[in-house]
Design a binder for this molecule. Structure first.
Ligand code: GDP
Ligand code: ADP
Length: 206
């Protein structure tokens, strides 16, 4: 029997496109997925909980994690560090569970280099105008940060071609349904590989 490892799914997209909203809705429906809680040096927003939304750390603590090689990937995004805990992701995949990362583009490209078998999904806004409205209406960032995040959004959108799938987030329910379909489709691909492998073994034995 071949060892069944979990699949690593990576969701990226510009700030304000709706990654958090879509991810939360997905987890309401698809409980077998495991979410990897990221580590960040950004300040906590009202309503956020340490250890639920992020593990909130100081710059010093974060840089120690980098030095100790504890991160699968990390990036600086608009003056703050964000990173993925390596041990959690690797151990969870080894146990056969799918893992879901919600990370920005630079980090996703590091994962792609080291983990090309991951499935890379880009969440795309219906328009740049709508993206701006969503960031502004969310009301969690000041004007300077919003301008920086919108600049970053243009760079991020240019990297879209490096992703396996693009999902437009015009409607949350539809976007979640598409991501669920991608997850199922990727499992069917793995099942095909497993079936081919089984057939080869059976042919050898006969
Ligand atoms: N590279 C990397 N990016 C992350 C990680 N966690 C979150 N991010 C991304 O960092 C960016 C900023 O996140 P945040 O400050 O929470 O803002 P928001 O996603 O716009 O609500 C978003 O694109 C996140 O997806 C991580 O572990 N690694
Ligand atoms: N499909 C959608 N239609 C309208 N508004 C949305 C949609 N998806 C998300 N939003 C809203 O856009 C804002 C940004 O969403 P959020 O999930 O915080 O984005 P991100 O995590 O990508 O920065 C939030 O106020 C959210 O309620």
């Amino acid at each position: 029997m071949i060892e069944e490892k979990g699949i690593l799914f990576i969701l990226s997209g510009p700030s304000g496109v709706g990654k958090g909203t879509v991810r939360k809705e997905l987890f309401e429906r698809k409980t077998e997925l495991r979410y990897s809680i990221s580590i960040t040096t950004r300040g906590m927003r009202p309503g956020e909980v340490d250890g639920v939304d992020y593990f909130f750390k100081t710059n010093e603590e974060f840089e120690r994690l980098i030095d100790e090689n504890k991160l699968l990937e990390y990036a600086k995004f608009v003056n703050n560090y964000y990173g993925t805990p390596k041990d959690y992701v690797m151990e969870t995949l080894d146990k056969g569970h799918d893992v879901f990362l919600e990370i920005e583009v630079q980090g996703a490209m590091q994962v792609k280099k080291n983990f090309p078998e991951g499935v890379f999904i880009f969440l795309f806004p219906p328009s740049l105008e709508e993206l701006k409205n969503r960031i502004v209406n969310r009301g969690t960032e000041n004007e300077d940060v919003i301008i920086d995040r919108l600049k970053e959004a243009r760079n991020e959108i240019e990297m879209m071609d490096a992703y396996d799938y693009v999902v437009v987030n015009d409607d949350v329910d539809k976007a979640v349904a598409k991501i669920q379909a991608i997850i199922q489709s990727e499992h069917c691909k793995r099942e095909r590989i497993a079936a081919q492998y089984k057939k080869i073994l059976e042919d050898e034995l006969s």
